[in-house]
Design a binder for this molecule. Sequence first.
Ligand code: ZN
Length: 492
Amino acid sequence: MVFAWKILLITVAFAVVVQSSKLYCISHGNSRLNVEKCTTSKNRQVSAAALTNNSVTATVQNNLTFDLICKSDPLTCEGVSTTFSKATEIISSVFQFETPLLINASFVDFCQEYGECTNDEQLVYIGKAHPSISYVMVDTSDNMTRMYPQPLLKQFTDLKIRPAWTLYDINAQFNSQVNWRFANNANPINSNQTDFLRNVLHELIHGLGFMVSWSDELYKGLSPLFQQDLDPFITPELLALTANEQLLNEYNSPLPFWGFVEYPLDKYLGYKESGNFHSYTSITSQLNQFYDSNVLFRNIVDMANSWYESSSYNIAKQVYARSVSQQDVLAVIQGEVVVTLESSVKPFLSGASLCHVDQSSYLNSSDYLMVYTANRGVGIVELDQLFPDGPFGPKLKRVMGALGYNIKAVKTIRPTLRYWSPPNGLVDSNSNPTPSLTININGPAKTPTVSSSSSNSPVSTSSASFTTIYPHNHFLRYTIHLVLLTSLLLSL
Ligand SMILES: [Zn+2]
């Protein structure tokens, strides 16, 4: 558990074929299960489920389709398939995908498949979805490095060079051990049922890119090194390079810091203070001043001590405070406040905080879809009665358009993107393969004892939190790699 925190673990293939081009991508998978490995796209491993003989290919004729693995009785699987078809139809009626997208969907017993077991039905994980892969891009409009989920990047059809896309754009898993109501059930939903269509739609919106990079995972990773309390803080994902994933499992391994990277949605986050708007992106830039995002620490303890005394740590604490203060965090698009994001959960909860809209503001509005609780007994059929324009409210559509999707009557924003690559002189990269190690023993961080290192963070998320939360804690399941794609497709 030394590195339970998320890090952009990047493995590099240095044996580069002349004239090949590099792309840096990130595979979103379950690190505990090693479900996903991001290799070259041609040889990319797809989930085991997709390789079974039970695969059902959707017959829906639209630009959003799915392959489904259903491990349940035929009647249930019919309900699952019907609901997925309905969900993709609904999404396709709103999103005009310029490049077709394919979902890798599964409906399985999470206890059997993933070891996520509980005897308390209230605590059952209901589902999770995430983009299959993201590409590290530079948004030239503000020169920020951001991870573009494949389904979104596919819509940037003017890219001069395109990756060899991985087969699936979104991975979506749902737990068969939930009392679901499916779309082919004509009976009214009862109070103990969870609407499958509502959850599928919600999760697929995450899979399309409604996700933030900010989390407390670095805090959780560093906490065991401190005797006294390390104050909670959040940061975007760490971008780091190592030639060997195993290095991160030892306290004595050198640790590079390359800075933090955002997702496209992070570009619009911010808060107002004294009438001024402070964007989270500007905070990311400030955090990236930590050792100029180019340092190789002797080990994580040296990094922890350096972080502890840095101004970045103070800034990260301040943004934490904002992010657990209800209705303080906004999504602002082109100068206009579009939606208030979820910041009422305290302590900060990755997978719930910031990557949803504010529960209290929107649960009973046309923008109900992306609140973080899934109240039972209320399904899309019932909500359609209240909000006849469908599950995608005007605010959500504006946000998705601002990410780059083409949605009718909504402004699409697509900045010019270029592929990120390590800048010249970056530690631990080809241009600087053996930099000097930075050592900092003048601080409170110490190598933890076995007992303390094996304990969880003091801000471990309460399991009770998952009673009603959409538990798509994407960030907890990253295995992230740098990928060398030697087979780029040149567009015309
Ligand atoms: Zn969610």
